[in-house]
Design a protein around this ligand. Structure first.
Ligand SMILES: [Zn+2]
Length: 175
C-alpha cells in the first residue's frame, strides 16, 4: 500500500497548527494536536465512458490538458464532490466529446497507480448515445473511432490498455 502520509501536508488546514502522525484505522495519519483534524489520504474517483459504434470501434480522445498531453485515452474525468458518479461520467463525456449519452452498465473498475502523486480509482461505463455530435473540446484536442485491438499510440493510461484488451476480447474486430 502507498504511504498514508503525504509529504505535501505539514500544517492543519483548519487552524494552521503542525500535523503529527497518529495511528487511525491501523495507519499513521497526519493529525492536528490542536483541533483534532485528521488528513485521510484517499484516492480520487475517476470516470471514463466506453462508447462503441456498430463496428465495435471505441471513441478515444487525444489529450490537450490535465497531464499526458498528446497521448490517447478513453474520455474521462473526475467525480466532483456531491456529484453522482453517473452524472459525472455523462458530464465529462459531453464536455470532452460533444456527445450526449445515457450511462449503461459498468464496463470495468481499476485502481490507477501510474501517477504516485495522484492515485485514483477509475470506473469505466458503457454508454448509449442520445444526442450531440463528436467534436473534441475541453481537455481533448482530437477524437476518433478505433478498434479496441488496435488503439493509437501512445496511450496515456495503463488501465485504459487493460480495458481496451478486455473490449477487444469481447468484441472481435470485424473483418
Ligand atoms: Zn487544527
Amino acid at each position: 500500500m502507498s504511504d498514508s502520509i503525504s509529504p505535501d501536508y505539514r500544517f492543519c488546514p483548519r487552524c494552521a497548527e503542525p500535523l503529527a502522525p497518529t495511528i487511525r484505522g491501523g495507519l499513521p495519519r497526519p493529525t492536528c494536536q490542536s483541533c483534532g483534524f485528521v488528513h485521510f489520504r484517499n484516492p480520487a474517483v475517476g470516470v471514463a465512458v466506453v462508447l462503441l459504434d456498430e463496428d465495435g470501434r471505441v471513441l478515444l480522445g487525444r489529450r490537450s490538458a490535465g497531464g499526458n498531453v498528446g497521448e490517447w485515452c478513453i474520455p474521462c474525468g473526475y467525480v466532483e464532490w456531491g456529484e453522482d458518479i453517473r452524472d459525472a461520467a455523462r458530464r465529462e463525456f459531453q464536455e470532452e466529446t460533444g456527445i450526449e449519452v445515457k450511462i449503461d452498465d459498468v464496463c470495468a473498475v481499476h485502481s490507477n497507480f501510474h501517477n504516485p502523486a495522484s492515485l485514483t480509482v477509475g470506473v469505466w461505463f458503457y454508454a448509449t448515445p442520445v444526442g450531440g455530435q463528436a467534436r473534441a473540446s475541453d481537455d481533448l484536442a482530437e477524437v476518433g473511432w478505433f478498434p479496441p485491438s488496435d488503439p493509437p499510440e501512445p496511450l496515456a493510461f495503463p488501465t485504459d490498455r487493460v480495458v481496451l484488451a478486455h473490449l477487444a476480447h469481447k468484441t472481435p474486430a470485424t473483418p
